[in-house]
Design a protein around this ligand. Structure first.
Ligand code: FAD
Ligand code: FES
Ligand code: MG
Length: 276
């Protein structure tokens, strides 16, 4: 059992948990994730390790309530326990001194960008961060990102804070200004990662994306997380989750991620009825 030692509400639908998981905290590296199961009948869902504290033996999870399991998780409180946590899973991010790295996070994707940006900064990179959300209320981890970035830019779809528009507009502007950019890493909605990869491709700026296909076992056995990268089939859980954004078939990923929409809505409706 894994105890929730701290709960913080980051925005209406986004919660942060610090969970006691000493063995995972000991091994965790930026870019990796866990798979959790809330109870005996619960489904398995992957969440990124947004931070870890080896001394306290805790890992941080930041999640958005989008369906049954994440809503159920969001209702848990400090002191409650999660039945299973498997991890750390996936390959760690490749952290080295690239020079100047632009870290682009959208929505809840800012959470997985944070440990990578932090590790890149510690490795000696100049870190320019661009974070975005639909509106100011949904923008998360601004102070934390500010702290570990040399430069922070903010974008919101409705203009409530920062640039009125998309994170990709800011990246395009930096490129147009002739800023030296050696690498880009971007995590967020698939469409955002597709657009960001499209911005950098003509300039040949290496762009790493972290893919979020539906996962079940997280160990390369079920094939559920199949993605197409450079015309090859890869399993995001063991071959990724990070890949070269210029090679990813994003349209295929978007299509595969909606395979169970009807069943997911049904599960959520049933869960809401149960809670009434
Ligand atoms: P549902 O209503 O069941 O599903 C809503 C949508 O979530 C689906 O349409 C699908 O796109 C996605 N989803 C559903 N089940 C799964 C599954 N088993 N695996 C992957 N995606 C699924 N979300 C966060 O908020 N924070 C994170 O740090 C985070 N990290 C992730 C890391 C990885 C490697 C992956 C693959 C996904 C990550 N996600 C993260 C997405 C998260 O797993 C889904 O939001 C969650 O599984 C939704 O479950 P649900 O039952 O609440 O919603
Ligand atoms: Fe089963 Fe990747 S989640 S193979
Ligand atoms: Mg679900």
């Amino acid at each position: 059992m894994y105890k929730i030692v701290k709960k913080k509400i980051l925005s209406q639908a986004v919660k942060l948990f610090e969970v006691s998981a000493p063995l995972i905290a000991k091994k965790a590296q930026a870019g990796q994730f866990i798979i959790l199961r809330l109870d005996e009948k619960g489904e398995r869902i992957p969440l990124t390790i947004a931070d870890f504290n080896r001394e306290d033996g805790t890992i941080t999870l930041v999640f958005m309530e989008v369906g049954e399991t994440t809503t159920q998780l969001g209702k848990m409180e400090e002191g409650d326990e999660i039945l299973n946590l498997a991890g750390p899973l996936g390959n760690p991010s490749e952290i080295k001194d690239y020079g100047t790295v632009v870290c682009v996070g959208g929505g809840v994707g800012v959470a997985p960008v944070y440990p990578i940006a932090k590790a890149l900064k510690e490795a000696g990179n100049k870190v320019i961060s661009i974070i975005g959300a639909r509106c100011e209320e949904l923008l998360i981890l601004k102070e934390e990102m500010q702290e570990i970035s040399d430069e922070l830019h903010v974008a919101t779809d409705d203009g409530s804070v920062g640039h009125h528009g998309f994170v990709s507009d800011i990246l395009q502007k930096l490129i147009d200004e002739g800023r030296e950019i050696n690498q880009v890493i971007t995590i967020g909605p698939v469409i955002m990662m597709k657009v960001v990869s499209g911005v950098t491709k003509p300039y040949g700026i290496k762009t790493i994306v972290s893919l979020n296909p539906i996962m079940v076992d997280g160990t390369g056995m079920c094939g559920g997380c199949r993605v197409t990268v450079g015309n090859e089939t890869k399993f995001a859980c063991v071959d990724g989750p990070e890949f070269d954004g210029h090679l990813v078939d994003f349209d295929n990923l978007m299509k595969r991620n909606t395979r169970f929409t009807e069943k997911e809505s049904c599960a959520m409706e049933n869960y809401k009825k149960k809670c009434q």
